[in-house]
Design a protein. Structure first.
Length: 234
């Protein structure tokens, strides 16, 4: 009788680290940002589960995967070289993105970096000092690459945590905005997983090939400050 093949399981240490840093329980500060979603909801362009899912598909594939993921991967690879990380951070800072999204990226990065400095993740305190001195922008994907490598996640694990965190953060914002309920959020997350898996199966683009194509969300983020009532920072 042939013994059944055992399924390959992730290393428990890496799995536990990924669960910790990808969990909404982790105080990353991400709940303060909607990345343009709040304005799209106010305009009636995102008004339920179907339109929200289409928004997230576009954001995941046309912004996160081909822009933020590139910076995360480059920072993760350069985590042992402060000058190289700084170069990645400064490159990301001059990409053609709305100022509101760049500002949100820096604010979210500072929040995440501050938490990791306090829990003594290797490399976090030294880079936080550069950010506080104004020498480094401290963009979110760059900080993610740095601190998650310090926390023991490899490049693939860090990218998966970032993709999951992006989706959960946007879905959480939609719940708070009253667009969907928690059950719809779980359904959408499950339906988006194959797209995330397909994107993660392909190597991250290099920084010199970064491009985004999310005009509706970009314009919404730029118009956010004109909204009469605002729940989120962008």
């Amino acid at each position: 009788m042939v013994a059944p093949c055992a399924l390959a399981m992730p290393e428990p240490r890496a799995l536990l680290a990924a669960l910790q840093h990808g969990d909404s329980f982790f105080p990353s500060g991400a709940v303060s940002f909607s990345w343009g979603l709040e304005t799209l909801v106010a305009d009636g362009l995102v008004d339920g589960a179907r339109t929200l899912e289409r928004f997230l598909e576009g954001q995941l594939g046309q912004r996160w995967n081909c822009c933020d993921r590139a910076a995360l991967a480059a920072a993760h690879a350069a985590a042992d070289d402060p000058n190289a990380i700084l170069a990645v951070d400064r490159t990301f800072d001059v990409l053609a993105q709305p100022a509101e999204l760049l500002d949100g990226s820096k604010r979210a990065g500072a929040a995440l970096l501050g938490v990791h400095a306090r829990i003594e993740t290797p490399g976090a305190e030294a880079y936080r000092a550069l950010v506080l001195d104004g020498a480094a922008p401290g963009h979110l994907p760059v900080v993610q690459g740095l601190v998650w490598r310090g926390a023991g996640l490899d490049a693939a694990e860090a990218a998966a945590v970032a993709a999951h965190g992006f989706m959960v953060g946007a879905l959480g914002a939609a719940v708070r905005l009253g667009v969907i309920g928690h059950i719809d959020g779980q359904r959408i997350l499950a339906r988006l997983r194959p797209l995330a898996e397909a994107l993660l199966a392909v190597p991250a683009p290099s920084l010199d090939r970064v491009a985004t194509s999310t005009p509706a969300a970009d314009i919404a983020a730029m118009r956010h400050e004109t909204q009469v009532t605002r729940l989120f920072a962008n």
